[in-house]
Design a protein around this ligand. Structure first.
Ligand SMILES: Cc1cc2nc3c(=O)[nH]c(=O)nc-3n(C[C@H](O)[C@H](O)[C@H](O)COP(=O)(O)OP(=O)(O)OC[C@H]3O[C@@H](n4cnc5c(N)ncnc54)[C@H](O)[C@@H]3O)c2cc1C
Length: 419
């Protein structure tokens, strides 16, 4: 299991996923109602069942169908008879899959949320093609893999001004352009891809389509050391023709869907993040309670114990924020007969603030916990180094740190108009 085992057997026995869940439940269950607790208990059972099947020397893609069996590729929207669903359930799902396997969680979010969610938005807006429903079933069962193509080599944070050009023909739309950092790209069967008819007017001409790999998409895998079990690509669209029934949003509607998708995506990424925070801090708590130096457990030294206490406080604060944001989103937007505009503005703002705070916290918690745990934490004998590596990615996916701050700055600048 490890390249070379040096961890003490008694400590290793306690560093189990089951024990991570026990400490997570002690902290988080008081914030949940009985339906949410039952949902988590079921999730934990499935995670404990999947855990021994994970081979950390292999990529994560064989595991998506394991999640699909239980409707765990996404839980924001209703799919098949899987219940309950909603943003709070999605946040809890993301948190658990991160605790199970943070790289699997990255691939799940890209396939189930970033590619899967637009198929739900399509029907909410009156779409009639049967293709997105078929793709949705394939993605959510975990049988097929999806990804999203927004970022381009020359357009990262400035994503709206994309340069991928779409040309309409009688029976389809031809895409020409390049995307980068496409999470799952090398393994993907479907690419939810954006392009524009006129790159000088992206807002009014943006298109969003599902593109099947067989339409001619080419991918080249990027080397990204921190997530070796996830495949991320440079994606080439060279005269790729997309039939009209694969087009999700045409003639500028693609721009609206891009932004509509960002809020639930960022909230979902908060779920992944809080799972990394909890796994990081909990493995640290277990290890330092059992590791003895100078005759006593190292957690009893103030330098270690106070550090963990500080991180635990932040982890709880981040969790409360994520759960509260999801509650407002569910009650006032997702399940509301008439979605509240005020809540829409608030969740858009809080999704940036929360994504910024939680993503940064994943790194702080994992890095600081590693320092408090000591040498073992940088070997493969604990899950901490993998968690720490994935935490680097959390800050950059879904919009880098400064883009969240730019959006938050825009919001606070408007307050002067209220006075
Ligand atoms: C591992 C990984 C997976 C990803 N997965 C996907 C995916 O599946 N699909 C996809 O489409 N994209 C994906 N991305 C892309 C990700 O969303 C972008 O990396 C991100 O939007 C930033 O773009 P950039 O990296 O080109 O940085 P740039 O936009 O070039 O920014 C460089 C720096 O400048 C800062 N900056 C830029 N503009 C401003 C500004 N106006 N004010 C202040 N600071 C600014 C940025 O914050 C950053 O620090 C992924 C990225 C990574 C690394």
């Amino acid at each position: 299991m490890f390249q070379e085992k040096i961890i003490n057997d008694e400590i290793l026995e306690k560093m189990s996923l089951e024990n991570v869940f026990k400490i997570f439940n002690d902290n988080v269950f008081p914030m949940l109602n009985s339906e949410e607790r039952e949902y988590c208990a079921n999730l934990q059972e499935v995670c404990l069942d999947i855990s021994p099947k994970i081979d950390r020397s292999k990529d994560v893609y064989g595991l998506l169908s394991e999640l699909g069996k239980y409707g765990y590729v996404q839980r924001i929207n209703p799919w098949k008879d899987f219940k309950p669903f909603g943003m709070k359930k999605e946040i809890l799902l993301g948190a658990h899959i991160s605790m199970l396997d943070p790289q699997l969680e990255l691939a799940r979010v890209a396939s189930g949320i970033l590619c899967g969610n637009p198929t739900f938005h399509y029907y909410e807006h009156g779409g009639e093609s049967e293709v997105p429903k078929r793709v949705q079933d394939e993605l959510l069962s975990g049988q097929k893999v999806g990804c999203i193509g927004i970022t381009e080599p020359e357009r990262g944070s400035d994503a709206v001004n994309m340069t991928t050009i779409c040309t309409k023909t009688d029976d389809g739309i031809i895409y020409n352009g390049e995307k980068v950092y496409t999470t799952n790209g090398p393994k993907a069967d479907y690419f939810c891809c954006y392009g524009v008819y006129d790159d000088s007017n992206p807002r009014d001409t943006m298109v969003q389509s599902l593109i099947a790999r067989e339409f001619g998409v080419k991918t080249k895998r990027l080397k990204i050391n921190s997530v070796p079990r996830v495949h991320i690509s440079h994606t080439i669209l060279d005269n790729v023709k997309v039939p009209l029934d694969y087009v999700l949003a045409d003639n500028g509607m693609g721009y609206k869907r891009l932004f509509e998708g960002l809020v639930p995506e960022r909230l979902a990424i908060m779920g992944s993040g809080i799972g990394i925070c909890w796994a990081g801090i909990i493995y640290g708590i277990i290890y330092t309670n059992l590791r003895k130096q100078f005759g006593k457990p190292v957690i009893r030294y103030q330098g270690v114990g106070y550090g963990l206490a500080d991180l635990l406080t932040k982890s709880n604060a981040a969790t409360a924020l994520a759960l509260q944001a999801a509650t407002v989103y569910d009650e006032k937007i997702l399940f509301a007969d008439q979605p509240s505009k005020e809540a829409g503005k608030w969740t858009a703002a809080i999704s940036s603030q929360g994504k910024y705070y939680v993503a940064k916290l994943t790194h702080e918690i994992c890095y600081e916990t590693q320092q408090l745990v000591g040498g073992i934490s940088v070997t493969d004998n604990t899950p901490l180094d993998e968690l720490s590596d994935v935490s680097k990615i959390e800050e950059v996916i879904g919009g880098a740190r400064n883009i969240q701050l730019l959006l938050i700055q825009g919001q606070i600048q408007r307050y002067i108009g209220l006075l």
